[in-house]
Design a protein around this ligand. Structure first.
Ligand SMILES: *Cc1c(COP(=O)(O)O)cnc(C)c1O
Length: 371
């Protein structure tokens, strides 16, 4: 049998695929180092854990999980629309915002024909899904201070550019440009090119009104905004996010989505999370206070720390980042090295934890730097 008819043969894009590299899990590190207490500050998860209202909703609905969810999860779609001040027709609930990224690329970009443009480094999922789809991925390097060189980004756009991805606040840098700059980009792009603004961390921004185009989304038919429930709402393990965009494009995404992309549990959890404004507000308070405190403490320890509007800090330690990462692991603290995926081998990304977790990190770093 020739190779091309081999049942194990796959598309070349899939054959050579290097997968997404996630943060290490607490269980992995407990086992590897024989530790009983491990603090994870690697994946920008909610420091307060899961909302009590969400946990109750999951328990109350546990007996229903043998049922398929309601097709298209319309109750959740309506609740998301209320949350973001939009018509439900503009909302696409998805299996994480990663699910929406995947849908957008497959709906907008033709394999071998179109290209996608983003900054470098950027959230690696954009590139991974583009590659799997056989779509060229072009990147404009960030400036040395990690601010956005808009002209360099625009220079990569041509008549075959299907999507431009911008993450704001940015991952892994925390940089957050004013909304006026996004507006200028949206207006400058050709009408066939969709600007996808990934606002996974916008909740943590001190002044979202000045940095988000979402409140004026109806004025920008060529803009889609992504929101996730994995960070500020504490639902990373359940996989829930949404895309917010022109109703026509949103309708196409909903039509082509695999059926039941949002699980019954994620639907109930999402509805409860949107109700629990106390948990959400407390998350924002803890994160913003922790961000200010941790940033100052890390600087005192000789780290370079970039300004962040997010729930993490980009940090360049005074010792090689790999060494610091390993030394922290041995002390039971997981942070995120940025060598794979982001190509920033001298930097670490550190999620803001609870006040106790932040203090434990500072104490551990003091010991590591003193050694
Ligand atoms: C964490 C993160 C997301 C969230 O993805 P989900 O699939 O919703 O968990 C999206 N975009 C960026 C840039 C992120 O850092």
């Amino acid at each position: 049998m020739s190779n091309s008819t081999n049942a194990r043969a796959v598309r070349p894009e899939a054959q050579a695929f290097s997968p997404y590299v996630p943060g290490l899990t607490i269980a992995e590190i407990k086992e590897r180092y024989g530790l009983s207490d491990v603090i994870k500050l690697a994946s920008n998860e909610n420091p307060l854990g899961a909302s009590p209202l969400v946990q109750k909703a999951l328990k109350d609905n546990a007996g229903l999980i043998f049922r398929y969810p309601q097709s298209g999860v319309p109750r959740l779609q309506a609740a998301m629309a209320r949350r973001f001040g939009l018509d439900p027709a503009c909302v696409v609930p998805g299996c994480g915002s990663n699910g929406i990224i995947d849908l957008l690329i497959r709906v907008k970009a033709a394999p071998g024909e179109h290209n996608i443009v983003a900054f470098k480094p950027c959230f690696s999922v954009y590139q991974l899904q583009a590659r799997l789809c056989g779509v060229e991925f072009r990147q404009a390097p960030l400036r040395a201070d990690f601010s956005f060189p808009w002209d360099d980004l625009s220079a990569l756009v041509d008549e075959r550019t299907a999507i431009v991805f911008v993450t704001t606040p940015d991952n892994p840098t925390g940089f957050c440009p004013p909304a006026a700059e996004l507006e200028a980009l949206a207006r400058a792009l050709p009408p066939y090119c969709l600007l996808v603004i990934d606002e996974a961390y916008m909740d943590f921004c001190a002044d979202a009104a000045a940095h988000s185009l979402l409140p004026r989304l109806n004025d920008f038919p060529n803009v889609a905004v992504l929101r996730t429930f994995s960070k500020s709402y504490g639902l990373a393990g359940l996989r829930l996010g949404c895309g917010l965009m022109h109703p026509e494009l949103a309708g196409v995404l909903r039509n082509v989505s695999i059926p039941f992309a949002v699980s019954l549990a994620a639907e109930e959890a999402g509805l409860a999370a949107l109700e629990d404004t106390a948990f959400y507000q407390e998350t924002l308070r803890v994160t913003r206070e922790g961000r200010t405190w941790l940033s100052a403490e890390l600087k005192k320890l000789g780290c370079e720390v970039w300004p962040s509007q997010s729930n993490f800090l980009l940090v360049k330690p005074p010792r090689p980042a790999r060494e610091v990462f390993e030394a922290l692991l041995q002390r039971g603290i997981i942070v995120r090295p940025l060598s794979s995926g982001y190509n920033l081998p001298e930097h670490l990304r550190i999620s803001i934890g609870t006040a106790q977790e932040n203090a434990a990190l500072v104490k551990a770093l003091q010991a590591v730097f003193a050694a």
